[in-house]
Ligand binder design. Structure first.
Ligand code: AMP
Length: 380
């Protein structure tokens, strides 16, 4: 078992907000943080003890991080597995690289679900341009064509209504590999965030209910307002995946709910935006549990939750003028989180707000109200 002692370094590949929130949890337990990221002002670089400013696939930089850290993790999935493979022989990296590489490719994710007998939307995959003609055999429309690797927040996706529209998308020769999936007329989207430690103990945060805008998560509500059967199914699917892939750390599985069925949409081998509300709503957050799991200390238990909702603050809000933080901060039972990013670009996640309440509905209303307060005077 890997054990990290207070004062030791945890190495994090990627300097975004997830890394920054992992660091807050690590600092509580006295660990130090080293970050590898090309941006010296990234959200995590601003607060890390040690910054290694280099590309994620810079072999020397990865070696330097490995040399310093007692354990390594990553906060986004588009890191180069081959670069990490040689390092991982002598230096532990959690979650393991097999899990990482499966989660980097939507075709592999769906094949893994099939192997475990878990339901997904109907799909076909093509790894190369030569295999693209196979996609034309797909018989379920409407459908969504997606870049199987490297897409995020709804980028690299095209909805197609027919074979002719599919041909038009393929003529543009988008990045390979590609997957075509049946468009699922879902009732609601949900996710399960869970943590598994080195001794195979698991803790989950129940089921989150998620609402997207233009492919980007907008609001999450916990617990999700779904039947017990749906919730149990989703949690059991996520646990099966975590066990099969020998997860150590926090992982997230996103689902579509259709009636009583849950269909796996995708995996994230890390804490997730829909789990941000765990910081306030649970005894231990998704970040606390991730750090505990990779550091080889016991998971926080019990990990009970209270109704909560989270609303993202995208750069779009900043385009409307100077935001009124005072009013949002005055809303009772809410917490504002800002990630320290200086450029509020459209669609960029700049921060989030979490609200607690007696019911998930009230939490949803409260968090939307707090977010509206930011721009209230600007829209009068
Ligand atoms: P993804 O990057 O796969 O999470 O897709 C982003 C969002 O697009 C999802 O959260 C859904 O709202 C929507 N979406 C993606 N794939 C499908 C699908 N097969 N059927 C219906 N909606 C989809």
């Amino acid at each position: 078992m890997i054990r990290v002692d207070p004062g030791d370094y945890i190495g994090i590949i990627g300097g975004g907000q997830l890394g920054r929130m992992m660091a807050y949890s690590a600092y509580q337990l006295g660990y130090r943080i080293a970050v590898l990221d090309p941006d010296s002002e990234s959200p995590l670089a601003q607060i890390a003890h040690k910054k290694i400013i280099a590309a994620y696939d810079d072999k020397k930089a990865v070696q330097e991080l490995a040399g310093l850290a007692s354990v390594m993790t990553y906060e986004f999935e588009n890191v180069s597995v081959p670069e990490l493979e040689s390092v991982s022989r002598d230096h532990p990296i959690f979650p393991n690289l097999r899990l990482l590489s499966i989660s980097q490719n939507r075709i592999n994710e769906k094949n893994m679900c099939r192997r475990l007998g878990l339901k997904t939307a109907n799909f076909l995959g093509a790894e190369t341009y030569e295999q693209c003609s196979q996609l034309l055999e797909f018989g379920h429309y409407p459908a969504v064509v997606k870049i199987a690797r490297g897409g995020y927040d709804g980028k690299g996706q095209w909805r197609v209504e027919s074979r002719t529209e599919l041909e038009e998308v393929l003529e543009k020769r988008p990045h390979m590999p590609l997957i075509i999936e049946e468009f699922v007329p879902y009732d609601v989207e949900i996710s399960v965030v869970l943590t598994r430690d080195q001794q195979k103990e698991m803790v989950d945060f129940g089921v989150m209910e998620n609402y997207h805008r233009q492919g980007i998560l907008d609001v999450s509500i916990s617990p999700a307002r779904v039947s017990e059967q749906v919730a149990e199914r989703a949690i059991s699917y996520a646990r099966q995946i975590a066990s099969d892939l020998d997860l150590v750390g926090t992982m997230t599985v996103e689902f579509f709910v259709v009636g009583d069925e849950v269909l796996v949409n995708e995996l994230a081998p890390r804490p997730h935006n829909s789990g941000h509300l765990t910081i306030e709503a649970f005894d231990y957050s998704q970040f606390d549990q991730h750090i505990r799991a990779i550091a080889g200390v016991p998971l926080g238990r019990p990990c009970r939750g209270t109704p909560a909702a989270m609303a993202n603050l995208l750069g779009d809000l900043w385009q409307q003028g100077a935001l009124d933080w005072r009013k949002a901060l005055e809303t009772p039972h809410t917490s504002v989180h800002l990630y320290g990013k200086s450029e509020p670009r459209l669609g960029r996640k700049m921060g989030h707000i979490t609200a607690l309440a007696d019911t998930p509905e009230a939490a949803g209303r409260r968090v939307r109200h707090a977010r509206e307060e930011l721009t209230r005077d600007l829209t009068l």
